[in-house]
Design a protein around this ligand. Structure first.
Ligand code: 13P
Ligand code: ZN
Ligand code: NA
Length: 273
């Protein structure tokens, strides 16, 4: 199925589609095992730094062949693309979807860069996500001032023709010092104002009931990254602390399974039933 069709179907069912970042073979397989066990579709996301780490071709091939190996329906997506050039490289490499993140640009510049990526993606039949408003990046402070405005969202989607829109409604990337409070009222207004698929970034650390409330009120794509890295590294550390094993193929699977457990819970969460 095309990603756009899957997102539209899930939006109308008021259920979410999980989008998980992967960093290497182990994190990828952890996620795919969960999707396979639950028989759920999934979006596999790569950031620029993961692409730099693995190499573009290796990363996309790894994702694609993993989906086939585990018998999972899924799509490869560029997460937080910072330039038209990177989006173009990913389109050429066969990504199903690209995000162009102009959230730190002016409204006009964000429209301009997003429109350019939408135009290029059309030639590939690829899906495009943009961000309007500002979801704090790792280590940045976050406040109410960056929240997405419904009227701007309408204007932005009309002007760009973008398929999906990441909205700022109270989440931030990484863990939280205090429990976040999502502005569901604002989200409903945004959803009323635009036909674009709405995306929740920063879902790590958000209580599951709040994510589900957001899904019930218009969010469809749910991005998850930090909790995946965290559980992998925590499990690996405890594995290694009292263990002389040097065969990494015996050490990594425990951490990979921990990801599978986590992602299974998140898949139950986004099903929202
Ligand atoms: P978290 O790291 O908070 O899960 O956010 C992930 C994300 O938004 C990826 O784009
Ligand atoms: Zn994000
Ligand atoms: Na988060």
């Amino acid at each position: 199925m095309k990603l756009k069709d899957q997102l539209q179907e899930f939006t109308s069912l008021k259920r979410g589609l999980l989008a998980t970042n992967f960093y290497n073979l182990e994190t990828l397989h952890g996620v795919l095992q969960a999707a396979s066990d639950q028989n759920e579709p999934i979006i596999l996301q790569l950031t620029q730094s993961s692409i730099d780490y693995m190499g573009l071709k290796t990363a996309v091939n790894l994702g694609r062949s993993g989906l086939e190996q585990f018998g999972v329906e899924g799509w490869i997506h560029l997460d937080h693309g910072g330039s038209v050039e990177l989006a173009q490289r990913c389109l050429d490499a066969g990504f199903d979807s690209v995000m162009i993140d102009g959230s730190e640009l002016s409204f006009e510049e964000n429209i301009k860069i997003t429109s350019e990526v939408v135009k290029r993606a059309k030639n590939y039949g690829a899906h495009v996500e943009a961000e309007l408003g500002f979801v704090a990046k790792l280590g940045q402070s976050h406040g109410q001032q960056g929240f997405t405005q419904p009227e701007e969202a309408r204007e932005f989607v009309e002007a760009t023709g973008v398929d999906a829109l990441a909205v700022a409604i109270g989440t931030a990337h990484g863990f939280y010092k205090e429990e976040p409070k999502l502005d569901i009222n604002l989200l409903s207004k945004i959803a009323e104002n635009t036909p674009a698929t709405l995306v929740l970034h920063g879902s790590s650390g958000v209580p599951h009931e709040q994510v589900q409330n957001a899904i019930s009120n218009g969010i469809c794509k749910i991005n998850l990254a930090t909790e995946i890295k965290n559980i992998f590294m925590k499990t690996l550390k405890s594995q290694l602390s009292n263990n002389e094993e040097i065969d990494l193929r015996k050490v990594f699977p425990v951490a990979t399974s921990a990801i599978t457990g986590l992602v299974k819970e998140k898949l139950r969460m986004v099903r929202n039933d």
